[in-house]
Design a protein around this ligand. Structure first.
Ligand SMILES: [Zn+2]
Length: 620
């Protein structure tokens, strides 16, 4: 429970982000989304709790019951409404032969009935939730075997539960490049992303009207076991058609959209179109705030145009791997066109203004969506926002530097903070000023000032508490669920320090890393100043893979070379990939044969740093 302390206080004057019911064009009387979210309802999972084998709760749909109430002062009404929609859970009929289990994880599981069993599309994030979802389906539709699996894209909430629905002995379809991207996005910067993801998803916030209420794409991510079976059938081109268990599927590849490896597909005999995560009922992220490679809003809109054209008239319903379907030609066309226009608009208008000399922070304030897009519920910034998506488009083309030399070589945060605090006249003076700005409603600048106070003197509890209160107000006003979570997690950590609940982005699956990726992850951990006087050359022969590598540690970097020419390594190792992973996990050299001096291996391991999963964010 978060309680304000009496030592510091900000006024109740609030400043919201993204508008509230009072100042935006939203039609709360339009209940179409609720009708669609409830359409085809078969049954809920009762109770709505999924546990792991050890009894740990990995999903609790019942935790969202409080969302049935009126929107409180501690939430943005638009986000509250979205969270009500995302909180609905159960088995739903989409159309004849197609069902979805929604609200039992961050994502949807779609089940297509075939001749002899069912094809599962996107088996959720966790094995446990996936098994529960399939169980719910079977309880109402019969104990049909799983005869095929489709991964719509390379994000873990669309494949992690695979082992909960199959032992892998079925055709598994995925877009080309799936395996590489399924692990790559979360490997190299994995610890930093995971730490930031705990902010983004509010993983440590209690669910409740003043805490976690969901983040627009779904209300939470499950915390069970993540699995992955490699695909057996690659979808390599648009127009590719496959028949699985008698079900015809026509694919459209959409690489570089919401994920680097992604695909839409039509079920022509069902007249149903799946848009993966390329069109959902929120504005999506061009750059996710946990951190990732920036996405391409131009390509994203281009592929939506292709989908609209390619599947025109071929479907009566469009569904995705998040949120509820949209039925009817006119509704589908309007929805897809508006989603398409949204990403095109963000891209084009950001660059128009950049070419007029405005920088990212300026453009983020300048861009206004066209009235029709602004009023469309599915275009609202629950997950992505106009503000951070504009900055992402700028980043993609122009990077972090705005061209102004004053911003080229700034001091880092603590040094900057000390100087600002000195200029303003000390921490007390900063707090007085910050309180004034907060009272006047300028919470954004109050947060900036207070962040300087906290970074200049992290021992000042009153500064941290005042900043926590400002973050709380910013969070409670935010229409974006992930902005809310960042602010509220920031407030919580200012008061109590980091409480890190692991958020599995799918990066923990060491067994599916390639040898190249494993060596890359080692290279990233080298504490270079310790290592840069040493040179260690090791040849590695992997008997199970028929691959050989040479790693050279020199100048503080580990360089890898596949199929190296004959040489004079310090050490040659003959092993399997499992033995390499075992060795790196500290299980020793059991079964590994070697030729040469093992001391080099020991020295190399001694140079490896461990990442810090609890690093400070809101304090220095
Ligand atoms: Zn997803």
């Amino acid at each position: 429970m978060i309680r304000p302390q009496p030592t510091a206080r900000v006024s109740s004057t609030s400043q919201t982000h993204g508008g509230s019911a009072m100042d935006n064009p939203l039609d709360f009387g339009d209940r179409t989304d609720f009708t669609n979210a409830d359409r085809g309802f078969v049954a809920a999972l009762t109770p709505g709790v999924v546990t792991a084998a050890d009894g740990r709760v990995v999903w609790d749909a019942d935790a969202w019951a409080f969302l049935d109430g009126e929107c409180p002062d501690t939430a943005n009404p638009s986000l509250w409404r979205q969270s009500q929609l995302c909180a609905r859970q159960g088995l739903y009929r989409v159309t004849e032969g197609i069902y979805q289990v929604r609200g039992l994880d961050l994502s949807n599981m779609t089940i297509v009935e075939g001749d002899t069993g069912v094809i599962v599309v996107d088996p959720l994030l966790s094995v446990e939730t996936a098994a529960a979802a399939l169980g719910l389906y079977r309880a109402h539709r019969g104990d049909r075997p799983v005869t095929g699996l489709v991964y719509s894209h390379s994000h873990a909430d669309h494949f992690g539960g695979a082992a909960g629905v199959t032992d892998g002995d079925v055709p598994i379809l995925a877009p080309v490049g799936f395996m590489e991207h399924a692990v790559a996005e979360n490997v190299y910067a994995g610890t930093a992303m995971t730490r930031r993801a705990s902010f983004m998803y509010g993983a440590t916030l209690p669910a409740g009207p003043a805490g976690q209420i969901g983040f627009g794409l779904g209300n939470a991510a499950s915390s069970g076991t993540v699995s992955l079976f490699p695909p057996t059938i690659d979808v390599t081109h648009t127009g590719q058609e496959e028949t699985i268990d008698g079900v015809r599927i026509v694919f459209q590849l959409t690489p570089g959209t919401e994920a680097p490896s992604e695909m839409n597909f039509l079920l022509p005999d069902h007249r149903a179109l799946c848009l993966a995560e390329n069109a959902t009922h929120t504005m999506h992220n061009v750059l996710t705030l946990r951190g990732a490679l920036v996405r391409d809003a131009r390509i994203w809109s281009r592929y939506l145009t292709e989908a609209i054209t390619m599947f025109d008239g071929a479907a009566d319903v469009v569904f995705a791997s998040h949120h509820w379907p949209t039925w009817g030609q006119d509704n589908m066309t309007r929805y897809l066109t508006e989603q398409r226009d949204l990403y095109a608009y963000l891209h084009d208008q950001t660059l128009r203004l950049a070419n007029q000399g405005h920088n990212a922070a300026e453009i983020a304030e300048m861009i206004q969506l066209p009235p029709a897009l602004d009023a469309a519920w599915h275009g609202r910034g629950y997950y992505g926002t106009v503000s951070h998506n504009v900055k992402a488009v700028y980043q993609r083309y122009l990077g972090w530097f705005d061209g102004n030399p004053a911003n080229l070589w700034q001091h880092p945060p603590v040094e900057t903070a000390k100087r600002y605090v000195d200029c303003i006249g000390g921490v007390d003076a900063v707090l007085t000023k910050a309180r004034d700005y907060a009272d006047a409603g300028d919470l954004r600048f109050a947060a900036q000032l207070l962040q300087h106070a906290v970074f200049a003197d992290p021992a000042r509890g009153d500064a941290k508490e005042l900043l926590a209160q400002v973050y709380e107000k910013l969070g409670h006003g935010a229409e974006s669920g992930i902005w809310r979570n960042f602010y509220l997690t920031g407030a919580q950590e200012l008061r109590h320090g980091p409480d890190v609940t692991p958020v599995d982005l799918g990066g923990g699956m060491a067994a599916v890393l390639s040898i190249e990726q494993i060596f890359d992850t080692l290279a990233i951990r080298v504490d270079a100043p310790k290592a840069w006087h040493d040179t260690i050359i090791i040849d590695w022969t992997f008997t199970d893979l028929g691959q050989s590598y040479r790693t050279t540690l020199r100048n503080g970097v580990i360089v890898q070379q596949r199929n190296p020419p004959a040489g004079n390594p310090d050490l040659s190792l003959t092993l399997t990939k499992a033995q390499l992973l075992g060795m790196l996990a500290g299980k020793g050299l059991g079964g590994i044969t070697h030729d040469g001096d093992l001391d080099g291996l020991k020295r190399m391991q001694g140079y490896l740093d461990a990442p810090d999963p609890r690093f400070a964010i809101v304090t220095p």
